[in-house]
Write a protein that binds this ligand. Sequence first.
Ligand SMILES: C[S@@+](CC[C@H](N)C(=O)[O-])C[C@H]1O[C@@H](n2cnc3c(N)ncnc32)[C@H](O)[C@@H]1O
Length: 287
Amino acid sequence: MKENAIHVGDALEFLRTLSDECADLIIADPPYSLRKDREFGEGAFMETHGEWLSWCREWLTEAKRLLKPNGNIFVYAIHHNACFLTTFLYELGLVYRRQIIWHYENGWSKYKNSPACHYEPIIWFSRVPSSTFHVIREPYKSTERLKHTITKNGKVWTPHPDGRQAGDVWSFPTLAGRRFAAERTSHPTQKPLSLSTRIVQHFSNPDDLVLVPFVGSGSECVAAIQTGRRFIGSEINKEFVTIAEARIADAKSSPEFFEVATEHACSERIATQAISDNPDRGDAGLV
Ligand SMILES: C[S@@+](CC[C@H](N)C(=O)[O-])C[C@H]1O[C@@H](n2cnc3c(N)ncnc32)[C@H](O)[C@@H]1O
């Protein structure tokens, strides 16, 4: 398979052509076969939930085969379906790492009989508990407290210069509204580049291979290119392939890391696990 290119066709067929343990990071944002997913076109919609579940088992089984021993797999799992996908990943013998909550305030709500949905779960599994991970840092919330000396267990605590360690609730706005018009394409479920970049940057290493079974508008592929990774991926809908290819071409021609929108405008950067392990740079409890 050619790297940094999209296979036009079915994901399962594509995955079956790849060799064992080729991927450092897999980011899967599958169709859920909800009514809305009819928009994805032919071949992307299953009539029954049972059919969809069997299909998910199949591609997740392939994904496990393709994951390197120290690799990570992230699966977008709308709240309706997160429990099923999590169970499959456990059944495959993968190691549960975390359910990331992608939180946003600016989604649309059509719900009349239940609260508006302000999050999407993203399930993180790996093959071993010590898979690739670069600590995510963001600004301390209580800057006022940092003006005073803080002691912890009798020792003066020094704030980390890059901020506190981020948790598992990630706030990134969806691409709704005028402020994201420049990033938004006509793909109905395009993920923000800010979110895709966080996953790629913190759960893989430069030059790693990122596998994207459901490319859509190409957000994860663009994130891979912009952060110096390689990608391979598949997409069944030719119209979306055209959109993704245009974005990827842009990213290839201007590979510098451009500013991505984050809700709290935090400047995050990679800090190594070694830094967070330094007890004098304690994070515990302080936000
Ligand atoms: C949720 S979207 C991915 C969106 C992507 N993360 C982005 O930011 O644009 C899922 C994509 O999977 C594609 N798809 C659906 N069934 C597929 C299949 N069997 N093989 C490959 N792609 C498929 C759909 O056309 C759709 O573009």
